[in-house]
Design a binder for this molecule. Structure first.
Ligand SMILES: *[C@@H]1O[C@H](CO)[C@@H](O)[C@H](O)[C@H]1NC(C)=O
Length: 319
């Protein structure tokens, strides 16, 4: 799906743009010296930094056995050498915090963030591995996964991932921006395993203020391209005054109400806490978000742009 769309948009590019944005791989993009990016050929927002995380062909993928007991789970180490590479540690921090939850205590564990082997029978998958974030219901707690950006200096971005979520009812899988400083500003892509599998929720948080629902803050969308249990390219664009969401290149939601303005973190997580929003996962249940790649293209309050945009590349044609 994504590659078909990429082909179509690449064909639509002008020759001049093609000459500028010829590269089709990350290495080639670096060689082309792009110093500025936009999401697609018809985008108007520009961003000066880009990181592409490719989880598709990482050696020695493996799925770690669950750890039983919240203490040991919270103390677990990284599951794969990839999580010690500069590519990962320069940008991400895998979390091990816990919270009492809304009925079921939630314990984040490094053991739930791993490089999994691609399913052999899955012809849709492009490589031999992917990143997985997992949640498991243990008898007296929920073992969960969260990866946060090392810095909270993202201010406007376009980010996208080729991902799918699957598993037992009672989990939320998500990619979002966040700060609580001084108040919550946050924009979410959330998949809930207790809803219809083609329903996704997009929100400029807070969705509730003093117990009052903020209907303008959120959109519940039935995906045009089918269930999110299949590989789809999920994209979020944050520009001044607007949050816009896309699936497989098609715009599916746009919210201007309380669009974040502050510098934010980027977070992905897979969790449940026994509350109404996540639902309650049955003992022994498990759910995952699997990610083949993640593209993070952004402006930053701490890495100022050295010069003006002189060589604009289009993300659609780089992936
Ligand atoms: C990102 O930064 C560049 C360089 O300062 C600027 O030209 C561009 O407008 C910024 N993008 C957004 C969405 O604000």
């Amino acid at each position: 799906m994504a590659s078909l769309r990429t082909l179509v948009s690449a064909t639509a590019l002008s020759l001049a743009t093609l000459a500028q944005c010829r590269p089709l791989t990350e290495a080639a993009a670096a060689a082309a010296d792009c110093n500025c990016y936009k999401a697609s050929s018809d985008s108007t927002a520009h961003f000066v930094n880009r990181k592409f995380f490719d989880f598709r062909n990482i050696a020695n993928p493996s799925t770690p056995a669950p750890i039983v007991g919240s203490g040991a789970d919270g103390a677990a180490g990284a599951t794969h050498p990839y999580f010690s590479t500069a590519e990962w540690t320069n940008t991400w921090r895998t979390q091990s915090w816990s919270t009492p939850g809304e009925g079921v205590p939630r314990q984040n564990s490094l053991n739930n963030v791993f490089i999994a082997p691609a399913a052999a029978q899955d012809g849709d998958e492009q490589g031999s591995s992917h990143l997985t974030l997992r949640t498991l219901r243990q008898s007296d707690y929920q073992s969960t996964a969260e990866v946060e950006s090392a810095t909270a200096d993202y201010q406007f971005l376009t980010m996208r991932m080729l991902a799918r979520s699957r598993g037992a009812s009672g989990a939320v899988t998500a990619l979002f921006t966040y700060t609580a400083n001084p108040n919550v500003q946050e924009a979410d892509i959330e998949f809930r395993t207790q809803t219809a599998l083609d329903q996704v929720q997009y929100t400029n948080q807070p969705g509730t203020v003093n117990g009052e629902e903020q209907p303008e803050a959120t959109r519940v969308v039935t995906l045009p391209s089918g269930p999110w249990t299949e590989w789809q390219e999920h994209r979020y664009d944050w520009t001044p005054g607007s949050s816009d969401w896309y699936v497989d290149g098609k715009k599916v939601a746009s919210i201007q109400f309380q669009t974040p303005t502050a510098p934010l973190s980027v977070i992905m997580n897979v969790w449940s806490d026994g509350g109404v929003w996540s639902g309650v996962m049955g003992a022994g249940g498990e759910a995952e978000m699997q990610v083949q790649w993640l593209d993070l293209t952004y402006n930053s309050t701490s890495q100022q742009a050295p010069g003006a945009c002189s060589n604009v590349c289009v993300i659609d044609s780089l992936i």
